[in-house]
Design a protein around this ligand. Structure first.
Ligand code: HEM
Length: 401
């Protein structure tokens, strides 16, 4: 029997054999046509889950419906993000095959697109006025987004670390009090390797970092030295004394900044202070991929790094949009329903300490002009052109480079 258009909600996602039009009026569609749309999506549960406290308290407030739907939509998307994040972490934590990077790219890109929707969704809730919100806000107490288990899991799975959270936020696990399942989920999301952890391990394996091989780091250090020496000569030729001094001072400050990546102990101290996250080796891998991103085997890894930054950027944008909405709804000196200082607390979470891939953002500090980037040796060049069959992603032993 051929397929015809379904005018009724029979689940027909490309696979139904019986058509709606072939069914007689009053016939049991469910049995013949397979599962029904609403049944498959369990819409009775999803669409029956909007409990309006205003109505229950005999004070219906029109906008409470939007408030509930918005939060539920967020939670559904958080669920999808967690689903994708878990799969991406798994792909990374195995020895990564080169063909898997395409799948990683696809899923990271999906997370990015969902986050864009989440950032924009704030605007819809902003159509509610503070006066409307006030009408039902008291019914919600002590419920608060602070208690969103999935939001915390997203943060933890990405790699937000306990010690980097602002003080009030370090106690977030307490809000799950007697909920054993929630506590267990939170604890494992804190213990498991985060996306940031697995990405670091992957970057540490970047081909070309080997000391006895291409020795990228050694070559890069030399290139920076050459650049600074040339700039010193130019600065010293400056005719005006004050300008000459300014240039030379500027140069020595910039040298100091580079020292912070060349001297491992300085880098490690910055990691200990929470100002950097990546291991020294992972940082080297990220810089190398950034420089040679035009080489075929580095182009997908470079796209991955870009998407990771997009994720961090979009979560920060969400935090900011949410903060503005909170200020608009309750001002900056009211406590939140979850008991925090409200606006002030949320503002403190906008700090770099919540950016998991902050090192990728700061890479730009260490870029050098293209003409100074160490040229690839012929072996390294051909290595970055060849697609191995059994490589672990971009890793391959290239000791003869
Ligand atoms: C009228 C709208 C909203 C207001 C006034 C509001 C207010 C607040 C306040 C004051 C906090 C700080 C914690 C506390 O309650 O003491 C907070 C946290 C939070 N809210 Fe909202 N919120 C609103 C909408 C939303 C929406 C739509 C979401 C989407 C899921 C959301 C998710 C969160 C999350 C995840 C946190 C924890 C943030 C963190 O600890 O970093 N909020 N909210």
């Amino acid at each position: 029997m051929g397929r015809k258009a379904c005018h009724r909600f029979v689940l027909c996602f490309g696979s139904c054999i019986y058509t709606c039009e072939s069914a007689q009026d009053g016939e049991q569609l469910g049995e013949e046509a397979g599962m029904l749309y609403g049944e498959y999506l369990m819409l009775d549960k999803v669409l029956g889950a909007q409990r309006m406290l205003g109505v229950e308290n005999k004070n219906p407030v029109h906008d409470e419906h939007l408030f509930i739907i918005t939060h539920q939509a967020y939670e559904l998307w958080f669920k999808q993000i967690i689903f994708e994040l878990d799969s991406v972490r798994n792909l990374f934590s195995d020895v990564l095959k080169e063909h898997q990077t395409l799948e990683i790219l696809k899923r990271l890109n999906r997370i990015v697109l969902i986050l864009k929707v989440l950032v924009d969704q704030v605007m819809i809730l902003e159509t509610m006025t503070p006066l409307d919100f006030m009408e039902f806000r008291n019914y919600l107490r002590p419920a608060s987004g602070f208690q969103s288990l999935q939001f915390r899991m997203v943060e933890n799975k990405l790699g937000v670390r306990q010690e980097n959270r602002v003080k009030y936020n370090q106690n977030y696990a307490k809000v799950f009090g007697n909920d054993e399942e929630a506590i267990q989920k939170i604890e494992s999301s804190e213990k498991e390797a985060s996306l940031a952890d697995v990405v670091q391990k992957w970057l540490e394996r970047t081909p070309g970092l080997e000391h006895e091989g291409f020795n990228f780091w050694g070559k890069y250090k030399k290139a920076v030295e050459v650049l600074f020496n040339e700039q010193k000569v130019i600065a010293a030729q400056e005719k005006t004394e004050s300008l000459r001094q300014y240039r030379l001072n500027d140069l020595s400050k910039r040298r100091e900044v580079y020292e912070s990546i060349f001297k491992k102990d300085i880098h490690d101290a910055l990691v200990a202070r929470g100002e950097r996250r990546f291991s020294h080796k992972a940082l080297q891998g990220a810089i190398m991929i950034t420089f040679y991103r035009d080489e075929p085997r580095f182009s997908q890894p470079h796209q991955i790094l870009t998407l990771l930054m997009d994720i961090d950027s979009l979560i920060t944008k969400w935090r900011y949009n949410h903060l503005l909405m909170v200020q608009r709804m309750i001002g900056s000196s009211q406590f939140g329903t979850g008991g925090s200082s409200g606006y002030q607390y949320l503002r403190s979470t906008l700090s770099d300490r919540y950016k998991v891939f902050v090192d990728l953002f700061n890479l730009s500090t260490f870029l050098i002009p293209r003409s100074y980037i160490p040229p690839l040796t012929p072996t390294m060049k051909s290595h970055l052109w060849m697609w191995g069959t059994t490589d672990n992603g971009i890793e391959e032993n290239n000791k003869e480079c």
